[in-house]
Structures are given as structure tokens and as C-alpha cells.
Design a protein around this ligand. Sequence first.
Ligand SMILES: [Zn+2]
Length: 314
Amino acid sequence: MILPTQLTAVPGTDSLYVWNPEGAGRWGYANCLWVISGPDAAVIDTPYDGPTTEAMIAAAKPLLGDRTVRTVVNTHANGDHTFGNHLFPGAEIIATRVGHEHLHHEPTPQQMHALVHQTPPDVPLGRYLREHFGGFDFSSARLTPPTWTFSGRHTFAVGDTEVELYEVGPAHHVGDLVARIGDVVCTGDVFFHGDHPSHWAGPLQNVIDACELVLGFNPRVVVPGHGRPTDPAALEAHLVYLRAVQHAVRQRHEGGLTMEKAMEDLARPEFYPDLGLPERLMILISMEYSHLDGHATAPTVLELAGRAAAWSYR
Ligand SMILES: [Zn+2]
């Protein structure tokens, strides 16, 4: 993986820059949005491990100058958006209250390291974790939880730039937020651009509602959680996809099909062939079935990843 050596200015702004690794087709390479304004700086989301975060900080250095990053925002608690927090010492780390309360459900960096290297390689999950996560150095990261949490809505300033945070979870994760800075919106993982998404909380309707909220802001630029920054038309196209998945899954659930049979139906080569990681449809189907069945406890991230891995190597 070749990481970007510089931040990319968001066109039409004088304070926004995106760290945009080639995230499509891969797990774990999320976008981070930098706000550098006046004497102040903030970053929305941090990368998955120490070396990747250090590479991002080095890329930001020419623009950052002698400013320090005073604020880190985590759009949700997944490690690919938070494990770099420890490399911003002294920064206020902002997240939703719900996301913080559920932090103990997330694997720590050390647990991630053990999962990737100790799950037997001859079971699908072990093989999948090595293949998709083996390139990260989780042992280099240190869990650094939020220092400030909110519910609903929160606004803060970076220099003379205003950042508005809106809680939209449970959708991709229990504690999702989206960030609006003028006509630029950073969606976190309610929007994956270029891949089938993985959503761990849901139901899918909540992801759809979150995307609709973003479109309602009338944004000019949409920075997805993963994949290329884009325009609202791409988010609208993604909403069509989400509704198609939702409809197809509901139909098959009503028809009494097993999740595996629903997956067989849905993950055909002609269904959105340009999107990567089709095995993630298994995660969407599993979560939606769990909601439709009214289960009090959702399948765990590991159960979901195990099902996706099993389908991937079927
Ligand atoms: Zn992510």
C-alpha cells in the first residue's frame, strides 16, 4: 500500500484538506479530513495504526507549520478511525456519548493484533484477517478514548472555521456522527464510495436516513469514510443501492429464505459489479435479518466477519 505523501486541498475551500489513501477494495484505509484555519488545526478521524498515522502527520506537516492539532473528532469508534488518536497528545478527542459508552465492544489495538496473528490461518476468518488486516501494525497503537462526548449536535470552531457535528447512529456503528463544514460534509462510514459497505449496527433504514440527512445539507463536496471524495450525485446513487439491498433482503426474509440463500441470490456478478468486497453483503444481510427477527442481541463483529470470510472462500 502506497500512502499519500501530501494532503489534498478540498477544492473551493481555504481550510480543508483530505488525507485520501486508496481506500476502495481494501479494509482499513479511511479518509481523514484536516481543518487548518488561522492558528488552529483539527483532524476528523485518525488512521488504523502508528506507522500510517505518522505518515499522515508527515504529509500534513508542510501545511500545519508550527500549529498543533488541538481537536480530534472520531466519526465512530471503529479502529480504522481511532487507533491513531494516541499520536495527537493533548488534543481534545470528540465523539458521540453512545459511541464512547460502547467502546468496550470494540477490539483494542492489542486485541486486533492477537486476532490477526492468532486466529488459525486454516479457518476462513483467520485467512481473511491475515489477507486484509495483516499489513497493519496494531501493536504500535494505543487505545486513546474520547475526552469529550455529546449527544445530538455539537459545534466547535477551528480558527475562523466552524465545524458542526450531527449524531446519526446507530447506523454503520452505534455511535456515528457526520461533520459539516460549510458546504463540505464528512460522512464517516455511513457512506463507502466504491465498495459494498459493512454496517455493524443498523437497521439499514438508519444508514439511509443518515445519507438523506447529508444530502439535505445540500453539500458541494462529500468526503466518504472510505474511497474517493465526491459530489452529492454519487451519494444519491449510493442511496439507490442501499434501498435496493434493503428491499431485496426484506423480500427474502419474508419469503423465509436463509441468510445463505439470500446471499446467493444477492451477490450475483451482475449486482453492482463495480463495487469491491461483495462478501460484505453477508454482513448487511446478517444484520438486517437480526433486526427483522427482532433479536435483542445482534451478532458480534467477529461472527459477522466470519460469515463474510466463509462466503469469500466458499
Ligand atoms: Zn471505516
